[in-house]
Design a protein around this ligand. Structure first.
Ligand SMILES: [Fe+2]
Ligand SMILES: [Fe+2]
Length: 594
């Protein structure tokens, strides 16, 4: 089971997590891990009173016989030990019985089995088993195979924590620091592996009750030591906050294999007005990045982003999955037909008002919500896992861009990001795989007037478009105020550029800003019939950041409507249908005149 960063469960491959919040290491952590949890509230599972705390781990199904049972027993034993530790903690803190029950009943627990393999760590080179971090919960119960490696930070120095036979290593985490207003520490620690011998460890992270609010005990808040943590946050809210923090800074997936920096592409490489932007400036020179994003937003509406930190293998895997999926017989793909919000498959069925003819393409659309349709696992093995990982990584890149965009548009930094929360129940962000079929056997007469994708603007806030080198065709019309007819304007190509994600702004952001930003028309040209290029397919992947259904999109102008994210999408789709009907009527009248 692949890692699901929204539930914190599943398999994390080596390099896929980067724990150091400061981003000091260049590389992802070398460990690989299996995570499981009794995440009852998050999976909607309601455990009966007295049930095994592990019973809610319904999504954890490792393909190893007996593994789930062993994990369950281990977690139950850990829960008993955690109970004793909580008792000692509450005794030391003088916590009364009511408060004990509120905090420590039905604790939330995450079991993580880790294997550190491969090369020894190289601290100077930023290569670590696990980067410096503090744990998020109350207690961590760590068992190791006696291979050393754990270090704890004390007064600025890193001290080894050598394993001792018969001992578990226990450390306190953020929740105990919150409860004691930092009188008890959430210890910063890391793992530095010292040989290529694998190191195995198993951690159980315990949290207080998911619904319990964790605030500093009154005796720790004084005039000299005012409250140092926000109060009123539940365990679940803090856990989600930490997950967001990890995802938004690319702590999962996105920065994992950021190898050597990508050199800046030659200026004017595509001559399109889609400027190249180095996304790593977000950490090194934020003002410059924000200025570049502001320029792109108000000029071409397109930019080519490099040094984005998204692992190439994640992108390659998604393209490989798309190729496999589209290679299936239409009959199988048709088992998941396109059905509006649920997504699904269409083939030569999308007709743009700008052309009145169906795009020469097929596409599959997916989303984050449970109402989204996915092909059966038997029909497309591994597809959902691969694309879920891709979406998490695309969200991490989007998060940086949405923050930069917000700053460029003089909004609070997280204003746009907060409205694209992939965990929100009404998230509307969508992923679309696109396959522009080879036009083999179709002569120029057959495809005259047809487009691989007719001219259009995107409905969303921000699109990330993944193109493949050698599969060109995208064109944009960066000059505003021209007609909507496909050939009347000046169109310039945006060819795929290695290491770049093509990004563009959409209609939703245009409304939100009172048309201060440009939602630029674009299209995909069909190669001439019978040409060598026409024999080649084109694949692309679009990740559409669409604000949540409940988000209120209000322009800073009175003459534009205030709409919810859902109303906006419905109206945009409605306008599209109306324009299409008008276009078809026009084409029909032209035909009858001839
Ligand atoms: Fe840790
Ligand atoms: Fe588009």
């Amino acid at each position: 089971m692949p890692f699901d960063p929204y539930l914190d469960i599943g398999y994390q491959c080596s390099g896929s997590q980067q724990l150091d919040a400061q981003g000091t290491p260049v590389h992802g952590d070398s460990k690989e891990a299996f995570c499981a949890t009794n995440n009852a509230l998050m999976t909607g599972y309601v455990a009966p009173p007295g049930a095994d705390v592990f019973a809610g781990s319904t999504l954890y199904t490792p393909p190893v016989p007996g593994h789930a049972t062993t994990c369950s027993e281990y977690t139950a034993a850990s829960a008993a030990l955690n109970d004793k530790l909580n008792g000692l903690l509450f005794d030391a803190l003088g916590v009364d019985d009511t408060e004990r029950a509120r905090l420590a009943s039905r604790p939330f627990m995450v079991l993580k089995q880790m294997r550190y393999a491969g090369d020894p760590s190289d601290v100077a080179a930023g290569r670590l088993g696990a980067g410096a971090h503090a744990d998020w919960g109350a207690f961590t119960l760590l068992a190791t195979d006696m291979t050393p490696g754990l270090q704890v930070q004390m007064d600025g120095n890193w001290l080894p924590v050598p394993p001792k036979p018969g001992c578990l290593i226990i450390n306190s985490g953020d929740q105990i620091a919150q409860l004691t207003n930092d009188a008890y520490r959430s210890a910063v620690h890391r793992v530095v592996t010292q040989s290529s011998q694998p190191r195995l460890s198993t951690a159980v992270f315990t949290y207080f009750n998911l619904e319990a609010t964790v605030a500093p005990l009154s005796r720790f808040v004084t005039a000299e030591t005012p409250a140092r943590h926000p109060s009123g946050r539940t365990t679940l809210e803090y856990f989600h906050f930490k997950l967001h923090e990890s995802m938004d800074r690319g702590g999962y997936n996105a920065m994992s294999s950021a190898s050597a920096s990508h050199p800046a592409p030659a200026p004017g490489l595509c001559g399109s007005g889609a400027g190249f932007v180095d996304l790593s400036l977000w950490t090194s020179d934020r003002d410059t990045l924000v200025a570049q994003v502001a320029a792109a937003a108000t000029q071409s509406g397109f930019l080519q982003v490099y040094n984005h930190g998204m692992p190439q293998e994640v992108i390659d895997s998604a393209f490989a999955a798309a190729e496999k999926l589209f290679a299936l017989p239409d009959e199988i793909k048709g088992r998941t037909p396109f059905a509006g919000w649920a997504g699904g498959w269409e083939k030569e069925a999308q007709v743009r008002p700008s052309t009145g003819t169906a795009d020469l393409k097929e596409s599959f659309q997916f989303g984050y919500t449970s109402s989204c349709a996915w092909p059966a696992e038997a029909d497309a093995p591994g597809l959902r896992a691969t694309l879920t990982q891709f979406m998490a990584a695309a969200h991490a890149v989007s998060a940086v861009l949405l923050r930069a965009l917000a700053l460029a548009l003089h909004m609070p930094e997280t204003f746009l990001l907060d409205e694209h929360d992939p965990i929100a129940p009404d998230v509307q962000t969508a992923l679309r795989l696109l396959h522009y079929m080879p036009l083999t056997g179709r002569g120029q007469g057959d495809i005259a007037g047809r487009w691989r994708a007719g001219a259009h603007t995107d409905f969303d806030v921000l699109t990330l478009l993944f193109q493949r080198p050698g599969q060109a065709g995208l064109e944009i019309c960066p000059a505003p105020g021209k007609s909507d007819a496909s050939d009347a304007d000046i169109w310039v190509p945006v060819p795929p550029s290695p290491g770049c994600i093509t990004c563009n702004l959409g209609d939703m952001l245009a409304l939100w800003t009172g048309n201060a930003v440009t939602s630029t028309r674009h299209r995909v040209r069909a190669p001439p019939g019978g040409s060598a290029q026409a024999q080649q397919p084109r694949f692309s992947i679009a990740y559409f950041n669409q604000a949540k259904a409940s988000t209120l999109i209000r322009a800073p102008r009175d003459d534009l409507p205030a709409l919810t994210g859902r109303q906006f999408m419905e109206q945009a789709i409605g306008r599209n249908f109306a324009a299409l009907a008008a276009r078809k009527a026009l084409l029909a009248s032209q035909k009858s005149v001839k």
